[in-house]
Design a protein around this ligand. Structure first.
Ligand SMILES: NC(=O)c1ccc[n+]([C@@H]2O[C@H](COP(=O)([O-])OP(=O)(O)OC[C@H]3O[C@@H](n4cnc5c(N)ncnc54)[C@H](OP(=O)(O)O)[C@@H]3O)[C@@H](O)[C@H]2O)c1
Length: 313
């Protein structure tokens, strides 16, 4: 197997997304000179033909699959077919090309939503496939589960060197701020900054605020990905997270304080909370020697700065 060096040909699929853009910055900052990227208009990853042509021409040695159709609860409920089909197509095309074209090491990024809704908390890797997933993002989760199983089957049948990190909720600069696609931190930052700019007396948020979420800064995820590329060689899934969670209410209050919004917080109880709690057991990763570094307040501030820069008054 070729060793990972700064000359390795590394394909980051999804380099314009939250995670992919952070990975690209991370590798470039560390002197990697052969990073391969393609926009969707150059290579549509749902097209097997496009993907095979790209692999044939570029012969990547390392592949990080950070492209997916990703969205919040509302988008998942509105378009379950898109979440299922597009994610199956993207991962089937890329993972099978990694096997066909002899990629040295492949990373398939999953998500904590693959775990059962009722999994004991914190969720460790062994609860995978031990119960039904949360219905509000079932299509996305089922696609990710199929991707893990495909990666593992490719390792079993063809010896593909593939790893499958399962990150918790990720946030950071470069996230979407449109209300359709944004994740919880970026959505809240936008709501509170706009409320402050417009002197709104209150902000209404979905659910009870009692659901708890674990958050990891995207630059910590990029660091964990590099760590795993160097130090982990198994198709068994491995959790990546901060190992700490907080309620959406506490998160909202923290963001409101950081952006200096002084109005009221109201909760729309007719809207769903999603899973009541989602905390990963990150013991396996910690034992290997990796821990997150960016604290929540510093991390949120980086998202506020990103929003203020991209959407100035
Ligand atoms: N964000 C999180 O909280 C989180 C948590 C756990 C796991 N993950 C995993 O991390 C990965 C990346 O997530 P993310 O948050 O970075 O998502 P994202 O910001 O929505 O980025 C997804 C990327 O995939 C690309 N893409 C989607 N469909 C494509 C297609 N048909 N052809 C080519 N490119 C396509 C998008 O391209 P365009 O720019 O053209 O749209 C975008 O660059 C996903 O596998 C996700 O499951 C994310």
């Amino acid at each position: 197997m070729s060793k990972l060096t700064t000359q390795s040909r590394i394909y980051i699929a999804g380099h314009r997304g939250l995670v992919g853009a952070s990975l690209l910055r991370y590798f470039k900052d560390r002197g990697f000179t052969n990073i391969l990227v393609r926009s969707r208009s150059q290579v549509d990853l749902t097209s097997r033909k496009d993907v095979r042509k790209f692999f044939l021409e570029e012969q990547p040695e390392y592949v990080i699959l950070a492209a997916a159709k990703v969205g919040g609860i509302a988008a998942n409920i509105a378009a379950p077919v898109d979440f299922l089909l597009q994610n199956l197509e993207i991962q089937n095309n890329i993972l099978s090309a990694c096997q066909e074209f002899g990629v040295a090491k492949t990373m398939f990024l999953g998500s904590s939503c693959i775990y059962p809704r009722e999994a004991p908390q914190p969720m460790n890797e062994d609860c995978f496939m031990h119960g039904p997933v949360e219905p509000t993002n079932e299509s996305y989760a089922i696609a990710k589960i199929a991707g893990i199983r495909l990666a593992q089957a490719l390792e079993q049948q063809y010896g593909l060197n593939v790893i499958c990190p399962m990150p918790c909720n990720v946030y950071g600069p470069g996230d979407h701020f449109d209300l359709e696609r944004s994740h919880v931190v970026s959505a809240l930052v936008r709501r509170f900054v706009e409320a402050r700019r417009n002197d709104l007396p209150s902000v209404t948020l979905w659910g009870t605020g009692n659901a708890c979420r674990e958050l990891l800064h995207v630059d910590d995820l990029a660091d964990a990905c590099m760590f795993l590329l160097k130090n982990y060689d198994s198709p068994e899934i491995i959790n990546v997270g901060s190992g700490q969670d907080l309620s959406i209410r506490k998160l909202a209050e923290t963001i409101a304080t950081i952006v200096e919004y002084e109005g009221k917080l109201e909760w729309d109880l007719t809207k769903p909370d999603g899973m009541p709690k989602k905390l990963l057991d990150v013991g396996r990763l910690n034992t290997l020697g990796w821990r997150h570094k960016i604290d929540l307040v510093t991390g949120i501030q980086s998202v506020v700065n990103d929003f203020e820069e991209r959407y100035p008054l």
